[in-house]
Design a protein around this ligand. Structure first.
Ligand SMILES: [Mn+2]
Length: 266
C-alpha cells in the first residue's frame, strides 16, 4: 500500500459488510482506508453495524467508534452519506426515507455515474428468498417474485423481533462448500436480473462478502465485498470509471490481521 500525502479523491465510494460490533470487523484497516480515501458521495451498502450480534455479545472497542465518527465527519465536511441498510443493520429499515446526523437512509437507490450509466445500489439480502426458491418463482412469474421479496423482508423483521438469527445465505453456502460457487453465481444472477427489471445498467451490492465486477449478459454486476475478511471497497473515479479496491494491510505488521473470532455471517 502506497501511502500518499493527500487523500485520494473519488466521485463516489461504496462500502459494505463492515460488521461493526463484532470481533471479525477489521476496523483499523477501514480507518486507514477512510483516512486515505475521500469522495463526494459515500454509500454505506448495508451490514455496517451488526445489530443482530450487538444484542447478544457486545464488542464495541474505540476503533469501532472511530469508524462511525470518521464517516460522520466526512458528512460534516460536505460529503453526501447514503446508508442502505442490510440484514444485520435491519433496525435502520424502520427509518427509511429519514435523515439522521446528515445521513440519508434508504432501502435502495439509483446511483448515476459521471458517464450517465445508472446503477441500482442495494444490500442484496432481499434476494436470498429468490435464490432459495428460484425454480417455483420463475414458474409463477414476476408477481410471485415481488411478493416473495416482500414476504422475506416481513419474515426476517418478525424473526428479529423474536430474537432469532437472520437466515444467512453465505453462511449456509459455506456449510455446503461444494455448492458455494453456484450460490454466489445465483446471487449474482438474481441481483443482475433485478437491475434489468428496474431498467438500469448495473447493480452495486454487498451481502455475500465476495467482491466482484463482472458483466452479466449486459448488466454490470459489482459487489463491494466486506471488511471482515477481504477489506474491499468500490470507487467511482471522476470520469465515471468504477473499480474494486483491495485495501492491503501495512507491510510493517508481520502478523496477519485476520479475524480471530467467529466468522461473520453475511
Ligand atoms: Mn448481509
Amino acid at each position: 500500500m502506497a501511502k500518499s500525502a493527500a487523500a485520494q479523491h473519488y466521485r463516489a465510494l461504496f462500502i459494505s459488510d463492515v460488521h461493526l460490533g463484532t470481533r471479525g470487523c477489521q476496523a483499523e484497516l477501514l480507518l486507514d482506508f477512510l483516512k486515505d480515501n475521500d469522495a463526494e458521495t459515500v454509500y454505506l451498502v448495508g451490514d455496517i453495524v451488526d445489530g443482530w450480534r450487538l444484542k447478544r455479545s457486545w464488542h464495541w472497542p474505540q476503533t469501532h467508534n472511530d469508524v462511525v465518527q470518521k464517516i460522520l465527519r466526512k458528512g460534516r465536511k460536505g460529503a453526501r452519506i447514503v446508508y442502505v441498510p442490510g440484514n444485520h443493520d435491519e433496525f435502520l429499515r424502520d427509518f427509511l426515507g429519514t435523515h439522521f446526523g446528515g445521513v440519508e437512509v434508504t432501502d435502495s437507490i439509483i446511483h448515476e455515474g459521471a458517464d450517465g450509466r445508472k446503477y441500482l445500489v442495494i444490500h442484496g439480502d432481499q434476494f436470498d428468498v429468490v435464490i432459495r426458491h428460484a425454480r417455483w418463482l420463475a414458474f409463477f412469474g414476476d408477481k410471485a417474485y415481488v411478493f416473495a421479496l416482500g414476504v422475506n423482508t416481513w419474515l426476517n423483521a418478525a424473526r428479529r423481533r423474536l430474537g432469532l438469527q437472520y437466515w444467512s445465505l453465505s453462511a449456509w453456502a459455506k456449510l455446503k462448500v461444494k455448492n458455494a460457487v453456484s450460490f454466489i453465481g445465483r446471487f449474482e444472477e438474481a441481483l443482475s436480473e433485478e437491475a434489468r427489471r428496474r431498467g438500469v445498467d448495473g447493480v452495486i451490492c454487498g451481502h455475500i462478502h465476495h467482491a466482484a465486477d463482472r458483466d452479466m449478459n449486459g448488466i454490470r454486476y459489482i459487489n463491494t465485498g466486506d471488511w471482515v475478511e477481504s477489506c474491499t471497497a468500490v470507487a467511482e473515479h471522476h470520469d465515471g470509471t468504477i473499480e474494486v479496491i483491495r485495501w492491503v494491510r501495512p507491510a510493517t505488521t508481520g502478523e496477519p490481521v485476520s479475524a480471530k473470532g467467529q466468522a461473520v455471517a453475511a
